[in-house]
Design a protein around this ligand. Structure first.
Ligand code: PGA
Length: 256
């Protein structure tokens, strides 16, 4: 099924170090011409290799993004990197509110909001990650949690219809566990997200991706769904062979 644009995003987390990231980027740059322009590929490397990875991949039409930002531009904030600094280093995108940030580093909905605003103010495209825990799902709270996360991050923003905002539905229980969310259920959650965002009446161009144990074997199940604009891939994006297979699968679907 041909869609307008397919988003295939790679969250490398802290899986690849400086050398590994650069070797991967060089290898990838040699095969990227096999992938059509309708497939929007963005890589999120760790902060230290981001600049050189961006130089290699920028030349072949692949974007780079930050995994996390701090909301203030400059100052005495030891260890932090601001949205402005990432922008200056060549980032067009940034993840925000990834579940590992929320759950391992105790990031709150309020902090996610501040980061999202900082990303927008630097004219970068945010990839807002939302998702429920296993317990929240079991107790029937998944839909409500998603609504709370979306509302706290987005309500009241004044943007314009052209401004791109990407939302990644990433159920916490599916991330890095090998237990991907069933594609029909992911589709239902995507429709829910679209409905909530519509109710908020924010003028923006929203895209919704699925993330959580996506691999070369299951990626097409998500990409063929109408409400799913693409995928955010973690573990499988940091291994060249599986990443390449994911892109080839997307390419095949794009050609159909
Ligand atoms: P995973 O991670 O593909 O390894 O489950 C996805 C993500 O965290 O974005």
């Amino acid at each position: 099924m041909k869609k307008k644009q397919i988003y295939i995003f790679a969250n490398w987390k802290m899986y690849l170090d400086y050398d590994e990231s650069n070797i991967f980027a060089n290898r990838f740059s040699n095969v990227v011409k096999e992938i059509s322009k309708e497939i929007n590929v963005v890589v999120f490397p760790e902060a230290l290799s981001l600049y050189t990875v961006g130089q290699v991949l920028g030349d072949v039409g692949v974007g780079v993004g930050a995994q996390n930002v701090y909301w203030l531009d400059k100052g005495g904030y030891t260890g932090e990197i601001s949205a402005k600094m990432y922008k200056d280093a060549g980032c067009k995108y940034s993840l925000v509110g990834h579940s590992e940030r929320r759950h391992i580093f105790n990031e709150t909905n309020q902090e996610v909001r501040k980061k999202l605003e900082a990303i927008l103010s630097k004219k970068m495209i945010p990839v807002l990650c939302v998702g429920e825990t296993a317990k929240e799902r079991k107790t029937g709270k998944a839909d409500k949690i998603i609504e709370i996360q979306l509302r706290s991050a987005l309500s009241g923003l004044t943007l314009n219809a052209k401004k791109e905002i990407i939302i990644a539905y990433e159920p916490v229980w599916a991330i890095g566990t090998g237990q991907a969310c069933d594609a029909d259920e992911a589709e239902r959650m995507h429709a829910l997200i679209a409905k909530i965002v519509k109710k908020m009446a924010i003028k923006a161009n929203f895209k919704i991706l699925y993330g959580g144990s996506v691999d070369s074997g299951n990626v097409s199940a998500y990409l063929i769904k109408k409400t799913i604009n693409g995928v955010l891939v973690g573990g499988a994006s940091a291994k060249f062979e599986s990443w390449y297979k994911i892109l080839k699968t997307a390419e095949k679907l794009n050609k159909k």
